[in-house]
Design a protein around this ligand. Structure first.
Ligand code: GDP
Length: 333
């Protein structure tokens, strides 16, 4: 079993590669819910949505979020009614939010609602929200006060300077059932190339998750979302600096220093990798920019080879053979 800690964009791209090279049944995802929001009265969990869509083959790869080929008629209609439209939800995407909101209103937990939706969409990996409790990422800005993550990121295009980030509710939250066991018993734990502050940070802020990583039996590998001292996309650099971390692979290593075994960074960072290795951390350089399906599969393979060195060739080829047979059958591994 492999356990992946993930946000919704870099994380979803990485998971898209992973599902090409190993059976989805062997993957458990622990997903950030710090970005969750109530939108038009519906409970939206953007990172769980992206991960669910990528695993069910529904994700729009062009946009990197939402459902491929979706239309936005409801959004237009809500605009005509004078409702806010800055958070874009497609028409088919709305079905996800409607169903989840109904399940939650009926008393299901976020994990239970996620399981129902995963099952209905044929997702064979296990998708776990980091917690059933509400943990909200709050971005403190010097000019407009405190913002939710989506207000900062989507509504205001991450243009505001940031003074600090906090995770409201985290200290009272518990990991969702299955999270701790997935981390401690996995053959390897992979931290996806997700934002270390606002995607992985909220997961680590849930009490006992960090401790579980420290005592995990498998190796822990992180793929850097920072390439050449800049994020591949988005505000990770600004947010890392606000949290006192340099925007570099060294900053990524620092964010995870108490539990990380292997850092996978881009070949462009080979020089900085030399410096980071001096701290005793194993650093592996690879092609980490994921544009095509082949890029994604190659990165996933590389990460698995680093993080699961003890996997026997027989087990590896069995797992590859299964993945191939899924592909041949036209199903998503
Ligand atoms: P969010 O929930 O939308 O913030 O998504 P994530 O946290 O999962 O992903 C955002 C991070 O993904 C950003 O910091 C990007 O730098 C990183 N990212 C996006 N595409 C790539 C890629 O192709 N390669 C790598 N290494 N990082 C990427």
């Amino acid at each position: 079993m492999i356990c992946v800690l993930s946000g919704g964009t870099g994380g979803a791209k990485f998971v898209d590669g992973l599902r090409q090279v190993m059976p989805a049944e062997e993957i458990t995802l622990v997903v950030n819910t710090g970005d969750d929001l109530l939108w038009w009265g519906l409970y939206v969990s953007p990172d769980i949505d992206s991960i669910t869509y990528v695993l069910s083959g529904m994700l729009s790869r062009e946009r990197g979020w939402g459902v491929k080929g979706d239309t936005f008629l409801c959004l237009q209609a809500m605009g005509q009614l004078g409702e806010p439209t800055w958070f874009h939800t497609g028409d088919r995407d709305l079905a996800m939010h409607l169903l989840r909101s109904r399940l939650l209103a009926e008393g299901k937990t976020l994990l239970e609602a996620t399981e129902v939706i995963s099952q209905k969409l044929g997702v064979r990996a296990r998708v776990l929200p980091m917690s059933n409790s509400r943990v909200e990422t709050r971005i403190q800005t010097p000019n407009v006060g405190e913002l939710s993550f989506e207000e900062y990121f989507v509504q205001r295009w991450y243009q505001d300077p940031v003074s600090s980030v906090r995770f409201a509710g985290a200290s009272d939250a518990e990991p969702a059932p299955g999270v701790i066991d997935a981390i401690t018993s996995a053959d390897a734990v992979i931290i996806a190339p997700s934002n270390p502050v606002t995607s992985i940070g909220p997961i680590l802020a849930v009490p006992s998750i960090r401790e579980a990583l420290v005592r995990a039996q498998g190796k822990i590998a992180a793929v850097s979302p920072i390439v050449g001292n800049a994020p591949v996309a988005g505000p990770a650099g600004i947010l890392m600096q606000a949290q006192g971390l340099p925007c570099s692979i060294a900053g990524v290593a620092q964010a995870y220093e108490d539990f990380l075994d292997i850092l996978i960074c881009d070949t462009r960072d080979a020089r900085t990798a030399e410096t980071v290795r001096k701290t005793g951390l194993r650093v592996q350089c690879a092609q980490t920019i994921m544009r095509s399906a082949d890029d994604k599969a190659a990165l996933a393979r590389e990460v698995l080879n680093c993080a699961r060195p003890n996997m026997t060739d027989a087990a590896r080829s069995r797992s590859d053979a299964e993945a191939n047979s899924f592909r041949r059958l036209g199903r998503q591994p």
